[in-house]
Ligand binder design. Structure first.
Ligand SMILES: *Cc1c(COP(=O)(O)O)cnc(C)c1O
Length: 401
């Protein structure tokens, strides 16, 4: 371990935020200014190791060279052009995504919430008339726009913003019997994260996703996988559902889709996709030249450096590092790993531990109050992994049961 970072921040920045920025985020008193791979620096010159780069968006680490190059080149050619014209890169990007998933066609947007909005709308269009309901799962997370937040079955995100969008039924994650009991003549779709991220890196019970597929087929419903967090190589396969041998009708992507540049997509089976008739949906910036070039560069970088295999390998290294902690320490109760989605459930509040790690130069996240969540980059080095895990383990040993 090399340094101990101090969580200080330029006072002027703090004052500006207090005066001019809406305080809807809880922020740590750190202002990041520069990043490279799994390292970032703040405005005081402190260096941090980043096990949660870009809230899951920077799966290739900070400023991956092929993405930087592609975007820089595109910036000088064409920054934006609307979807009234053909963009060569958007077509190529769609093909790359289609060929790596279940075939089908792509609609491009700018975020995960938007991708889920499109999916929910498409499901209603495809199954109309008469069907409009979507079944979602407790602990899920689908974004903050009204359909997406209604789909998000976590009461804390619904407080005081009602009425929510009609037509959503919530079921405990993993409970097929409950899903079946909620299906009626008006059910259009089942929307689920194959691996719940925000919910605490929750892996689906054996047979759960296949069971959803079977129910969807039996009742003529669409199965939608939200792979905004789990997709694009995060788990060591292109898409998390490929671990379970179950294909959706619609899949939503964002976060790491463009190597850290903003971008989202919905991929739908061709027969379903055609229900999104011309004029029924749009996103002004969707599939723009910068996002498309970044998206293509992301896929090409993952393939040329064989980073899917590396993600699997790194996941196993994290497991080796952290599994003993669950044996040793009473505060750590369960470790859940799928590639580079890593959750460590504690018996105590995790926030002080996150702060302790920041103080020692490691950025991590906690979710659901007591679950340490790591979404590291595929380009993490073995040495960085070891360095960060030492900091994390030291913090865990300090934290009291
Ligand atoms: C982050 C996330 C979203 C929302 O994405 P935004 O880009 O913030 O709108 C949706 N679904 C899942 C699974 C996510 O992790």
């Amino acid at each position: 371990m090399t340094m101990t970072a101090k969580s200080t921040i330029c006072a002027e920045t703090l004052q500006r935020f207090e005066k001019y920025v809406i305080p809807n985020y809880g922020r740590y008193p750190v202002a990041l200014v520069r990043g490279a791979g799994s390292e970032v620096w703040d405005d005081q010159g402190n260096r941090y190791l980043d096990f949660f780069p870009g809230w899951g968006c920077n799966l290739l680490g900070h400023c991956p060279a092929p993405v930087v190059d592609a975007v820089q080149q595109q910036l000088g050619q064409l920054i934006h052009a609307p979807n009234t014209w053909y963009l060569e890169a958007q077509g190529r990007w769609a093909q790359l995504l289609s060929e790596r998933s279940f075939g089908g066609q792509a609609f491009f947007c700018n975020s995960g919430a938007e991708a889920n909005e499109a999916a929910i709308k498409l499901a209603r269009l495809h199954t109309s008339p008469g069907r409009y309901k979507t079944i979602t799962f407790t602990g899920g997370f689908h974004g903050r726009t009204f359909a997406a937040v209604t789909a998000t079955a976590q009461p804390k995100y619904h407080e005081d913003i009602g009425p929510l969008l009609p037509g959503f039924n919530y079921v405990p994650f993993g409970d097929l019997g409950e899903v079946e009991s909620k299906i009626d003549d008006e059910t259009a779709a089942i929307l689920v994260e194959p691996i719940q991220g925000e919910g605490g890196i929750c892996l689906p019970p054996d047979g759960f996703l296949q069971g959803l597929r079977d129910l969807a087929d039996a009742h003529g419903l669409l199965l939608i996988f939200d792979e905004v967090q789990s997709g694009c190589g995060r788990t060591g396969k292109w898409f998390a559902h490929q671990h379970f041998g179950v294909e959706p009708d619609i899949m939503t992507l964002a976060k790491s889709l463009c190597g850290g540049v903003a971008g989202g997509a919905m991929v739908a089976r061709r027969e379903v996709a055609s229900s999104l008739r011309p004029g029924m949906h749009a996103a002004t910036f969707g599939g723009n030249p910068l996002a498309a070039r970044a998206g293509i560069a992301t896929i090409e970088m993952i393939e040329s450096l064989e980073l899917l295999d590396r993600a699997t390998e790194l996941g196993e290294s994290f497991r080796k590092q952290l599994a003993p902690v669950v044996e040793e320490l009473a505060v750590a109760v369960e470790l859940r790993v799928c590639g580079l989605m890593i959750g460590l459930e504690l018996t105590v509040e995790a926030a002080p531990l996150v702060q302790d790690c920041i103080d020692h130069g490691l950025l991590i996240n906690c979710t659901q109050g007591n679950i340490i969540r790591l979404l590291p980059a595929m380009t993490l080095t073995d040495q960085q992994l070891e360095e960060g895990c030492e900091i994390l383990k030291a913090a865990l040993r300090e934290s009291k049961d």
